[in-house]
Design a protein around this ligand. Structure first.
Ligand SMILES: C[S@@+](CC[C@H](N)C(=O)[O-])C[C@H]1O[C@@H](n2cnc3c(N)ncnc32)[C@H](O)[C@@H]1O
Length: 245
């Protein structure tokens, strides 16, 4: 699957509206707030990738982070994030950017965030690796990169992946998907969504290759409790905290 094909989902008005509502209704997750405040200082220049309608960048502004640039490859998401920022009279900049081809200088930022599984919505392991290399390129040595992704080996999903494995062995997997762990399904009213549920060893190896050292890999539920709005918005997911070497 091409990146542009996966992008189609996020360009739909109903999907943009979903992420727009999450800015006020969901806000920063408790886990995100805890992690970001531990790793990042308010005066640091931070790059957010896959910002959607701005849930994280706006949440960080409210915690006095004044140098977060929100980016997303969908112009519709960027437009919505800018609209919300204007209504709130905040000063968060938003820009269109594809994580696999970042329009930024080497070592321009003091850290990076790719929240709520956006990195795993890039189809193809080589494209996800490319995004990791790009992120490593634009942040300074020693700085942090935080992201989340579904973990296909976590307890509770094992039986699904066992069945999926049987389909692959018989060659009867969804013909739209290319790698084991890929999911492509009808998420909302006829809109098809791509996501890769990774194996932890695969993510760890890709991060190392891109020049990161993995500091923490933990399920959100292991980090802290989240309110109902967060759990409805997003299933449990694995946080990765990596440091550029
Ligand atoms: C699950 S949404 C999360 C949105 C937002 N971070 C939030 O938590 O509300 C994933 C976001 O990643 C963006 N995305 C996916 N692939 C991307 C890429 N290659 N470059 C930049 N953004 C991407 C999508 O457009 C979408 O807005």
């Amino acid at each position: 699957m091409e990146i542009a094909e996966a992008q189609t989902y996020f360009r739909q008005t109903t999907v943009v509206d979903h992420y727009s509502r999450a800015v006020a209704r969901v806000g920063l997750w408790n886990s995100e707030e805890k992690i970001f405040q531990r790793l990042f200082q308010p005066e640091q220049s931070l790059l957010e990738l896959g910002c959607g309608a701005g849930r994280i960048a706006i949440g960080l502004w409210e915690l006095n982070y004044r140098h977060v640039l929100g980016t997303d490859y969908c112009p519709e998401m960027v437009a919505e994030a800018r609209r919300i920022n204007q209504v709130l009279e905040y000063g968060v900049p938003f820009q269109q950017a594809d994580a696999t081809h970042l329009p930024f200088d080497d070592e321009q930022f003091d850290g990076a965030i790719f929240g709520f599984n956006g990195l795993m919505q890039i189809p193809g392991r080589s494209n996800r690796q490319r995004a990791m290399f790009e992120i490593a390129r634009v942040i300074k040595p020693g700085s942090w990169f935080v992201f989340t992704g579904h973990d296909r080996n976590r307890h509770g999903r094992k039986s699904f992946w066992k069945e999926e494995h049987k389909l692959w062995v018989k060659g009867r997997q969804n013909p739209m998907i290319e790698e084991f762990g890929d999911l492509y399904y009808e998420a909302d009213e006829g809109y098809w969504m791509y996501i890769h549920a990774a194996d932890s060893a695969e993510v760890q190896a890709d991060l190392e290759q891109a020049g990161f050292r993995v500091d923490v890999s933990a399920l959100r539920s292991e980090i802290c409790m989240e309110p109902a709005e967060v759990r409805e918005f997003s299933d449990d997911t694995r946080f990765w905290i990596a440091q550029k070497r």
